[in-house]
Design a protein around this ligand. Structure first.
Ligand SMILES: Nc1nc2c(c(=O)[nH]1)N[C@@H](CN(C=O)c1ccc(C(=O)N[C@@H](CCC(=O)O)C(=O)O)cc1)CN2
Length: 293
């Protein structure tokens, strides 16, 4: 069993990004600029946005954060998105999810200029992804591809079973793993809450992508020996045993699945860290006008 070490890989890629950001500053006279919008004070969202801002600073990007109270109206939020769209000094704009119930995430996502949509959630970027055209890939799937690449894991001809069909992970991941690309070229099964015989489906997998949002959902009896196991789950539980006051669990029962796997991502220290790298790479690509010119 080999650990897919998100800390090691993400730090290595961030050094490359920092070099490219320095070159961009030299040529363009400014830093790549990411803007984040955070609504409310969900503990997880606070942590992830703080980490995005900190990592921007680390690689030499400018970052700005706009915070709104949970009571912000949908229109107020849309106005801010339009204002940032129109600012030529901003390369990337993300709105941290989830949003409060009274705000339609689809409306907000569609309001973001696709050229600044460095989360890769806008239907234009998703459509371009499906057609294998230049686009911003959603940050978490992009991070997973970078991880597979970093460890030279050959996925061609393999059976990939994705568990979970969310718009931000499961659905795009299933498309990316089926594409004629490397990593990719898999036969893909996309499973979800209505899938029958889920255990039998997952047992067929050479590559498992677990993105269901349930602690330790994938157990050892569901995993074929030698499978590559990618755990996207971040399930927080309050704990007085840790400094942060919470403990993180993946969607995979790591302790019992790891010995059966060929490669496996830990939680924390795996896919989450690669998500940030995906976002930074998209922001740099936007500054350098690599996708839309
Ligand atoms: N606008 C977006 N919202 C959300 C996204 C997204 O890509 N764009 N994805 C998730 C959360 N997420 C990014 O925002 C994210 C999750 C986890 C991590 C991370 O670094 N995890 C660490 C542990 C951090 C901790 O202590 O909690 C790890 O796994 O080691 C970064 C980003 C939902 N919303």
């Amino acid at each position: 069993m080999n650990i897919l070490d998100g800390k090691h890989v993400s730090e290595k890629i961030k050094l490359e990004i920092a070099d490219q950001a320095a070159a961009f500053l030299h040529d363009a006279g400014r830093k790549p600029h990411l803007v984040a919008i955070l609504v409310g004070n969900d503990g997880g969202s606070e942590t992830y946005v703080a980490s995005k801002m900190k990592n921007c600073e680390k690689v030499g990007f400018q970052s700005s954060l706009y915070r709104f109270d949970t009571t912000v109206s949908e229109n107020e939020l849309l106005d801010k998105v339009r204002e940032i769209n129109a600012d030529p000094g901003v390369d990337g704009l993300i709105v941290q999810l989830p949003l409060p119930k009274h705000i339609d995430p689809e409306k907000v996502t569609e309001a973001i200029d696709p050229k600044k949509d460095v989360d890769g959630f806008h239907p234009i970027n998703l459509g371009r992804m499906v057609r294998n055209l230049p686009c911003y890939l959603p940050a978490t799937p992009y991070g997973i591809l970078l991880m597979l690449q970093a460890y030279n894991i050959d996925t061609a001809g393999k059976h990939c079973v994705v568990v979970g069909r969310s718009n931000i992970v499961g659905m795009p991941m299933s498309i990316l793993m089926a594409r004629n690309a490397n990593p990719g070229n898999c036969t893909v099964t996309l499973t979800h809450s209505k899938t029958r015989d889920l255990k039998e489906q997952v047992l067929q997998a050479d590559v498992i992508v677990a993105a269901i949002g349930k602690k330790n959902f994938i157990t050892a009896d569901m995993v074929k020996p030698g499978a590559v196991v990618i755990d996207v789950g971040i399930n927080r539980e309050v704990s007085d045993q840790t400094k942060s006051g919470y403990k993180l669990y993946g969607d995979v029962d790591f302790e019992n699945v790891a010995p059966k796997s060929s490669y496996i991502t830990p939680v924390p220290g795996g896919v989450g860290l690669m998500t940030i790298v995906g976002l930074l790479k998209n922001t740099l690509a936007s500054a350098r006008k690599e996708i839309y010119g």
